[in-house]
Ligand binder design. Structure first.
Ligand SMILES: [Cu+2]
Length: 455
């Protein structure tokens, strides 16, 4: 992590016409930490203030604060960023402090927070604190509760966190464009008593979506439903980090949805319970077991389960959302005749088939001609070959020997003897078959009703 040592220098370096900040003014602003990689950063234990168990933001990080007179001061910088969606593809997005999504803000119930927001975008913005109980004037709705933050200016929000839970932040000015460009982040309010609602592992991510034409890098911002990149924290499989845990640990996963459609999030392996919604924590007596929880637009769900050893897929159950940009538009994109491409590939791969002829699994291992900066539609490799996924897909990796707090990818699961599906190699008895259908079986027999017609 690199810190902006001097806010004055950083503001002066802005090409967006920021006016110089006075020395006295700069001294009142906390440093704006910046993250330059999409790798998951280790959880950030609180250096001061009330204790809490920090969360792991998938392919993300948490924003450090400065404690000043008992107030936690954070500094968000809204700005254009470059985000690696997965190895092989980078997108020109807008975000906060170097990344999209922005850093996770973590604080404790009862804390007073002061959040400075500097606007380095080419247009006005605001920040809305989605789900947080606060005075109306701190709600960040352009025109309604404040004028928008002009380009180059810094605005201050300040409020006391009244309830613990999982919340989000995003602009409420030119919202359609700014969210389509990736401006959003998690806001976690931990309970005052850290023993309350304790989980051994606590993960968080936001569901988001982009429409980036294959071969380009900037999202189309007018798209309403026809997105081609379905992402978690602006990452697509196989770019999404695994969720690592130790057998028997209590694991919490918090998921917020800032796309424009619902996502039924499905986890293989142990059953889970929905323990939190946007409105707070679900009382123990009201939780029920699930293997899929549908997360509506603008909603958040926290789920918990007891970890069981294995490699367990976790993904959106809309099958189109576990794919990257469809490849069939590609030949038009790069200006080649599709038939010529098929002919050339056939020379290299004699049994190359037109997509769909025998299913599409083979596409997962095929070298398709792709423009630069584009992810294959179905990709990723596991210990048994191609996974054939993309988009909103990752793996919960649970092992007996993971050290507490260790989030490193433990590699593929080693299945205990006798617990792995395998080929049957014994004798195959003659299967009894139904008699061949009569020659006219395809003809529909219609018996017309007799008697008067009824209307
Ligand atoms: Cu989905």
């Amino acid at each position: 992590m690199t810190n902006r040592r001097s806010f004055v220098r950083a503001a002066g370096a802005s090409l967006l016409g920021a006016t110089a900040v006075s020395r006295a003014g700069a001294a009142t602003l906390p440093e704006a930490a910046v993250q330059t990689t999409a790798a998951t950063q280790p959880p950030l234990p609180p250096p001061n203030g009330r204790p809490f168990q920090p969360i792991v933001t998938l392919n993300g990080w948490s924003l450090p604060w400065r404690l000043r007179d008992g107030v936690k001061e954070f500094h968000l910088v809204a700005e254009p960023v470059v985000r690696e969606i997965a190895p092989g593809m980078r997108a020109n997005l807008w975000g906060y402090n170097g990344q999209s999504p922005g850093p996770t803000i973590e604080a404790v119930e009862g804390d007073r927070v002061r959040i400075f927001v500097t606007n380095r975008l080419p247009e006005v913005t605001t920040v809305h604190w989605h789900g947080i109980l606060l005075p109306s004037g701190m709600d960040g709705v352009a025109g309604l509760t404040q004028p928008p933050i002009p380009v180059g200016k810094t605005w201050v929000y300040e409020f006391v966190l009244q309830r613990s839970g999982t919340f989000m932040y995003h602009p409420h000015a030119d919202e359609m464009v700014q969210m389509a460009m990736g401006m959003m982040g998690l806001f976690i309010v931990h309970p005052k008593d850290p023993r309350q609602l304790r989980a051994d592992r606590d993960f968080g991510f936001i569901l988001n979506a982009y429409d980036i034409e294959p071969g380009s890098a900037t999202p189309r911002v007018n798209t309403m439903l026809d997105f081609n990149l379905w992402t978690w924290n602006s990452r697509a499989f196989p770019g999404i980090a695994p969720l690592v845990a130790r057998t028997g640990e209590r694991v919490r996963i918090r998921v917020g949805n800032l796309t424009m459609t619902n996502h039924p999030i499905h986890m293989h392996g142990p059953h889970f319970e929905v323990v939190g919604t946007d409105g707070g924590w679900v009382p123990r007596s009201a939780r029920w077991p699930e293997v899929t929880t549908d997360i509506g637009v603008g909603q958040m769900r926290a789920i918990e389960f007891d970890a069981v050893a294995g490699d367990w897929a976790i993904h959106c159950h809309k099958s189109h959302h576990t794919m990257n940009a469809m490849g069939h538009g590609v030949p038009t994109m790069i200006g080649v005749d599709h038939r010529a491409v098929v002919e050339k590939i056939t020379r290299l791969i004699p049994d190359y088939m037109v997509m769909g002829e025998r299913g599409m699994h083979e596409m997962a291992e095929m070298e398709m001609p792709l423009p630069d900066n584009t992810l294959p539609m179905m990709t990723g490799t596991g210990p048994f070959g191609p996974v054939g996924m993309g988009g909103m897909f990752s793996v919960v990796k649970v092992r007996d020997d993971v050290a507490p707090g260790d989030h490193c990818d433990p590699g593929p699961y080693r299945h205990p003897p006798g617990t792995l599906a395998h080929e049957y190699t014994g004798a195959l008895p003659d299967a009894p078959r139904a008699a061949a259908p009569p020659a006219d079986a395809g003809t529909v027999q219609v018996r017309k009703p007799v008697g008067p017609h009824h209307h």
